[in-house]
Design a protein. Structure first.
Length: 255
């Protein structure tokens, strides 16, 4: 995994973001880029973001372009079985607060600078993104939670979508739960970790941005993470996308 770029990528493109009209130009650019690179791609349309007629029109348009299209509903779980069929195999998931560094971690683990898009605006990842690595397993980038400028209704939709996703998969090997090491975990972090433990999924708490802290500060912060999240010290791995500290340890855990 550390020596080879992903053999294929299925990217659940946000066909409809927060705006009333979907950003089809962005979808077109991503699909064209994937096609030129020989990357297998599918378009997932979340119907809760669009009028039904609009969603169906987009689906017909892209099916005509020979692009696999899935219609999903974050509220009802519609389309989840079909989505799971795309990701049949071994799955490692990334979960965490918006702007905690999920995209940077994915890029670092895969030795790719632009595999996962790193946005300057928190809350941009609004659907589930799947990356197939060396035809062996999938990295699954989940929507960041807890971004204040996103409506409560949209956050609830994301939560239902993730619940439906994990209820439909039997191949989840590991969750990397990212938490900013500089700050005490918030209520959303605690809730996510409680969900992970309730479902018995193997998990590593990735303490990101550790390069911002001294060694002594890291040790103190790790104790706070353990106490707040209810995890053991060996469940916490400090990580920095700047210095790449912790990369090899994380590869060993998920490899």
């Amino acid at each position: 995994m550390s020596k080879h770029s992903p053999a294929a990528l299925r990217n659940c493109t946000p066909a409809a973001a927060a705006a009333p009209q979907p950003d089809l130009l962005l979808a077109d650019r991503l699909l064209l880029r994937a096609r030129k690179a020989g990357i297998e791609t599918a378009l997932v349309i979340n119907k809760t973001d669009l009028a039904l007629d609009t969603a169906c029109d987009i689906a017909r348009q892209y099916r005509g372009a020979r692009c696999p299209v899935l219609l999903t509903n974050a509220g009802t779980g519609e389309g989840v079985p079909e989505l799971m069929a795309l990701a049949a195999g071994r799955i490692v998931a990334f979960a965490g607060q918006s702007a905690v560094g999920k995209s940077s971690l994915i890029n670092c683990l895969c030795n790719q600078n632009k595999l996962a898009r790193v946005s300057g605006e928190p809350g941009k990842t609004r659907l589930i993104n799947l990356y197939r690595i060396n035809d062996a397993f999938y990295l699954v980038d989940l929507p960041g939670y807890g971004y204040a400028r996103v409506s409560r209704g949209m956050q609830e939709d994301w939560g239902r979508m993730m619940d439906s996703y994990f209820a439909g998969t039997q191949s989840l090997l590991h969750i990397l739960h990212l938490v900013d090491m500089r700050h005490e975990p918030g209520a959303n972090d605690v809730q996510m970790q409680a969900w992970i433990q309730h479902n018995g999924v193997p998990c590593t708490v990735v303490a990101t941005k550790c390069d911002k802290l001294s060694r002594a500060q890291q040790q103190k912060a790790a104790l706070v993470l353990c106490r707040t999240l209810g995890v053991q010290p060996w469940d916490v791995q400090p990580f920095s996308s700047v210095t790449r500290a912790g990369r090899e340890e994380l590869l060993a855990r998920v490899g």
